[in-house]
Design a protein around this ligand. Structure first.
Ligand code: FES
Ligand code: FES
Length: 214
């Protein structure tokens, strides 16, 4: 009887220690509990042994800042931005290069962050929607265009559309409505608010041209 009690106590103790270690790990890494499942799933999918933390620490240039971050080999940029760096303006919709809601600029070119491995952007400049406004809070002209025209319904897709527009306007600052629609064809809106979105983005383009003349 005594032995049985001792065995149970040891098992319970082990559970307590494991749970405590897990909670400490979550707090220490700054990763939400819900997102931890994603990490474990990704690790299992690829079947790779966990690298040491020293091997995984890299520096990434995000919104003009050098950010030191612990990144797994198979980790996507969208994941790193949202769950390691707290930049949740980059949305995850499909997570497989179909919807464009995760669009960010890498060296000024729009990319789906869900389909870029973070390790590949080490020497490149990443810009997310959080990096568009001025330090004094003045919105980027494209963001202001949305305010002006009240574009979007739920706005889940909005950061992706904004980043795609900002990238497109770098190569064509004075697009026709059709040209801009073509440029944004990699972004989907589940509310199907395309006409209003395009009007807002055309207004953003106009705001940019006015700002560059000022
Ligand atoms: S979440 Fe990246 S394209 Fe849909
Ligand atoms: S406004 Fe709702 S998904 Fe685009």
């Amino acid at each position: 009887m005594t032995d049985k009690n001792n065995v149970e106590t040891a098992e319970e103790s082990l559970k307590r220690v494991s749970r405590r270690a897990f909670i400490k790990g979550v707090i220490g890494s700054g990763v939400a509990v819900s997102s931890a499942n994603y990490v474990f799933r990704a690790s299992n999918l690829f079947g790779q042994p966990a690298a040491s933390i020293g091997e995984r620490l890299i520096t990434v240039s995000v919104n003009g800042q050098q950010r030191r971050v612990d990144v797994m080999k198979q980790e996507t940029l969208a994941w790193t931005l949202r769950y390691k760096l707290g930049l949740t303006g980059t949305k995850l919709g499909c997570d497989r290069a179909e919807c464009g809601s995760c669009t960010v600029l890498i060296d000024e070119v729009p990319h789906y962050a869900c389909s870029v491995l973070t390790h590949t952007v080490r020497s490149r400049k990443v810009l997310t929607v959080e990096g568009l406004a001025n330090a004094d809070g003045t919105l980027h002209p494209v963001q202001q265009g949305i305010i002006d025209e009240q574009g979007f319904q739920c706005a889940f897709c909005m950061p992706g559309f904004i980043m795609s527009t900002v990238g497109f306007l770098k190569i064509n600052p004075n697009p026709t409505r059709t040209e801009l629609a073509h440029g944004l064809s990699g972004n989907l809106c589940r509310c199907q608010d395309y006409d209003k979105i395009l009007t807002a983005m055309m207004k953003g383009a106009e705001n940019m041209r006015r700002a560059s003349r000022a």
